[in-house]
Design a protein around this ligand. Structure first.
Ligand SMILES: Cc1cc2nc3c(=O)[nH]c(=O)nc-3n(C[C@H](O)[C@H](O)[C@H](O)COP(=O)(O)OP(=O)(O)OC[C@H]3O[C@@H](n4cnc5c(N)ncnc54)[C@H](O)[C@@H]3O)c2cc1C
Length: 519
């Protein structure tokens, strides 16, 4: 096993080359830092695929308080109000920061931001780039900034496989590129490894998004929370591709409607119809498909020929599949899209393990609660990257000599995908969850390529079985009501023996890392 060259020893290590990882590295500059990503920077990252944009109260009739109120309402009782207000208040300066890195958001001829509307937002507040090219544009600008920053050592093609822990917390990262193992001695690690969509059969995520950061943190003893809450996007393009291209919520924001093969509206008469929160729309679409129908997003009347100007990237994907959204309804179905749960972090992005921070989708800051408000995740990644950089950058670098650790094999989640989609999809119940847990437990606690994905799946399934109610992204057929008893968060840890999970409910405001650290 190779040890990282001594000149790098002790430098903080950021794991993940998406928006959260890049922003953390940039915000740490000029402090030296190692940025480790399993793919080339900007490739295979959810951040580059974001279409809708970034939420920020920038409109004349908008305020951070209104933004926070919508975030709280989408979170269905489990969002931390202080976090929601703090992030909404930081949003306008996060946009300004991205502009300083060269991101050019769409503006009117008078120079005002063009603001999009998305589901469950009471105001137009989504800033975007070239209509639906937001994530790609942000990543282009930040990748260039990272490559230009002399303080950032970028290591591409290296995958973190284990965190090495001693009695003082993190002591190193065990990583591998192909079969070559490499040990990075460090006492400061930030995980920014993204989501879990790749564990499901139908997903909008890069297929490499299999929750590796969650497994790394869990096996290092960190507390995880809200793991049962997976957001399914109601309108993934249903043309047989894997992963499924997304048809952004912003299309419904512009007035497109959901219909079936007979032209009947799926959401007619339901609250805000197509602009109901994602879980409501996803369940309606899933139920219709389960009943033997198909679902389509019809933008012919709302946008017609304007579709290709407002949504050029979606138009290109539809056309590649032989569909012209100006004159044809777009076939859609729900797909796993975003994971609200993650590693418990405090206001500085610190986890319950000394020397370990987390930000972006892998972290659970308390912002999203049971359901994420559209376009809040890019925002959270930018804002929390700043908090992590401030906290991690202020910690003195101590020496470490990580003990050599056996290299686990590269993860392979393919065999788990049908199980995840059947037991942990849009609708769940005990009959699906209990056998799934029985199958996952032995896989998660034995060596093998499926062990880490199985551990993540087990964390999701265990929390989903424990939460006997329906709330936000978690819908139980056998407990279809939201229960006041369950206005609590489920914190999980891998037990010290390393061979089982401990899952306990904590009151909403008691899931900080210190509280979560105890059993
Ligand atoms: C299609 C799509 C559209 C979306 N649209 C929007 C939107 O409009 N607005 C919004 O706010 N959010 C949107 N989201 C959600 C948002 O894009 C993500 O939540 C966010 O980009 C996550 O950023 P991240 O940096 O945490 O993770 P990612 O961008 O996924 O980056 C994770 C990085 O970690 C690396 N990695 C993972 N494991 C390891 C390992 N073991 N070792 C080394 N590297 C590792 C990956 O290779 C990658 O570089 C969308 C998501 C998708 C999939």
């Amino acid at each position: 096993m190779e040890m990282m060259a001594s000149r790098y020893a002790g430098q903080p290590v950021i794991v993940g080359g998406g928006l959260a990882g890049l922003m953390t590295a940039l915000r740490l500059a000029p402090q030296p830092v190692i940025l480790l990503a399993k793919t080339a920077l900007g490739e295979g990252v959810a951040s580059a695929w974001a279409q809708g944009g970034v939420a920020a109260a920038l409109g004349e009739e908008d305020t951070p308080d209104l933004h926070a109120a919508d975030t709280l309402s989408a979170g269905d009782g489990l969002t931390d109000a202080a976090v929601a207000h703090r992030i909404a208040a930081a949003a306008p300066s996060a946009i300004a920061e991205l502009e300083r890195y060269g991101v050019v958001f769409d503006r009117t001829e008078e120079g005002r931001f063009v603001l999009g509307l998305e589901a469950a937002h009471a105001r137009r507040r989504i800033v975007h780039v070239t209509g639906d090219g937001t994530g790609a544009a942000i990543m282009r600008a930040l990748v260039a900034a990272v490559h230009a920053a002399p303080s950032i050592t970028v290591v591409e093609g290296l995958e973190a496989r284990r965190l090495v822990i001693d009695d003082r917390g993190v002591s190193g990262v065990l990583a591998a590129g192909g079969r070559e193992a490499c040990l990075l001695p460090t006492r400061r690690v930030a995980l920014a490894t993204g989501g879990v969509g790749g564990l499901f059969t139908h997903t909008t995520n890069p297929l490499g998004a299999i929750g590796q950061g969650l497994a790394l943190a869990a096996r290092a003893g960190a507390a995880l929370v809200d793991m049962e809450f997976v957001q399914f996007h109601p309108t993934a393009l249903d043309v047989g591709l894997d992963p499924m291209p997304l048809v952004s919520e912003a299309v419904r924001g512009e007035g497109a409607v959901l219909i079936d093969e007979t032209g009947t509206r799926l959401m007619a008469g339901q609250g805000r119809a197509e602009l109901e929160p994602r879980d409501v729309v996803a369940r309606a679409v899933a139920a219709h498909i389960a009943a033997g129908h198909r679902a389509f997003l019809d933008a012919r009347e709302a946008l017609g020929t304007a579709f290709s100007t407002r949504f050029p990237a979606i138009t290109a994907r539809c056309r590649a599949a032989g569909i012209d959204p100006a004159i044809q309804p777009i076939p859609v179905r729900p797909a796993a899209h975003y994971h609200m749960g993650g590693i418990v972090v405090d206001a500085a992005g610190r986890t319950s393990v000394e020397g370990l921070w987390a930000c972006g989708e892998v972290a659970a800051s308390g912002l999203h609660g049971a359901n994420r408000l559209a376009s809040n995740s890019l925002l959270e990644a930018v804002v929390y990257a700043g908090f992590v950089a401030d906290s991690l950058g202020g910690v003195v670098a101590l020496p470490s000599s990580p003990r050599p650790t056996a290299l686990p094999p590269a993860s392979d989640a393919v065999s788990l995908r049908p199980l995840m989609s059947e037991a942990l999809g849009v609708v769940r119940d005990r009959h699906g969850l209990s056998p799934a847990i029985e199958r996952l437990e032995p896989l998660a606690f034995h060596d093998g390529a499926v062990a880490d994905p199985a551990l993540v799946a087990l964390l999701v399934a265990t929390a989903a079985l424990a939460r006997e109610e329906s709330r936000g992204g978690h819908w139980r057929r056998d407990f279809p009501q939201r229960s006041p008893v369950w206005a609590q968060r489920l914190v999980q840890r891998v037990h010290e023996t390393g061979a089982r999970l401990v899952c306990r409910a904590v009151p909403l405001l008691a899931s900080s890392p210190s509280v979560a650290a105890g059993d």
